[in-house]
Design a protein around this ligand. Structure first.
Ligand SMILES: [Zn+2]
Length: 292
């Protein structure tokens, strides 16, 4: 039997707050004594070998390296003195999601695949020869930071013209507000006000035919098509799996536009683009697979 417990990532308290939340989740699952191992998938730049989150823009208090695995290990050892120490492992959340999709989901058919996670930012993972390709530094598949427009929009990483700057929800919000302020009125800003421009706001604006939302979606489709074409040409990728909470929001017209552009740009035949199979539990499943 599989038990699921969800908890919100705390917005204050930094690393200690995150470790507290993880400990409470363990408690609700029956305590560490009932677990053989604990796998953790974290947002951000992760050094799996040393168990550290080097930097995570979306996690308050993670703007410097955090030894997350050691902190969780110490906390569990204190709360659950165990005859055998619990096995712990850490990986990047998109690598975990990719591992899950490659094992049980949309990329489990053995085809060479690029998994792209669309959320606040844009992450990616590669499945080659049936295995997740991490690379010597763990950065394989990071398609969010390939250049799709030289000298283009600024990216969260400090670079320019990266895919994430055209397709990440946070970058799209920035672009929408900027154009709105320069006179391009949009329902996106009307609906969001001072609050975060959430996926549901994008959903409503696109549904209502908001012109700026539609333009930004079209530009996002072009940027994604360029990035996919480069990856597919270089690696002979057969399929692309679009995962993450923002992928369904962009919807069918987005996928159709990407398909259309890929057909024009691809040299060796366009890769098939499909949706992910495991939904928002993919990260947790991939984290469990790390220690399975
Ligand atoms: Zn970047």
């Amino acid at each position: 039997m599989v038990n699921w417990v969800r908890a919100r990532t705390p917005t204050d308290g930094g690393a200690a707050g995150v470790v507290d939340t993880l400990a409470r989740v363990m408690e609700r699952l029956g305590g560490a004594q009932s677990a053989a191992a604990v796998g953790i998938a974290s947002a951000g730049l992760v050094d799996a070998a040393t168990g550290r989150v080097l930097r995570a823009a979306n996690l308050p208090g993670f703007d410097h390296p955090v030894p997350l695995l050691r902190l969780v290990g110490t906390r569990l050892a204190r709360e659950y003195p165990h005859p055998e120490p619990v096995t712990l492992a850490l990986d990047n959340d998109v690598n975990a999601l990719t591992r899950a999709e490659a094992t049980y989901g949309a990329a489990a058919d053995g085809r060479d695949s690029l998994v792209i996670a669309l959320g606040t930012g844009v992450g990616g993972g590669l499945v080659l020869g049936g295995r997740v390709r991490l690379g010597p530094r763990g950065f394989s598949g990071e398609i969010g930071h390939v250049v799709v427009q030289p000298g283009g929009r600024p990216c969260s990483c400090g670079g320019y013209g990266h895919l994430e700057a055209y397709l990440g929800r946070s970058a799209l919000e920035h672009e929408a507000r900027d154009r709105h302020d320069r006179g391009r009125h949009s329902l996106l800003v009307d609906l969001a006000g001072d609050r975060r421009m959430s996926s549901s706001i994008w959903d409503r604006a696109l549904d209502a035919g908001d012109e700026l939302a539609l333009t930004l979606r079209l530009e996002a489709a072009s940027a994604l098509s360029v990035a996919i074409t480069q990856a597919a040409t270089l690696l002979d990728i057969e399929q692309v799996v679009l995962a993450g909470g923002f992928a369904p929001i962009l919807g069918r017209p987005f996928r159709a536009e990407v398909d259309r552009q890929l057909a024009v740009m691809s040299v060796a035949g366009a890769p098939a683009v499909r949706g992910a199979a495991l939904g928002d539990q993919a990260g947790a499943i991939g984290a469990a697979l790390l220690v399975a």
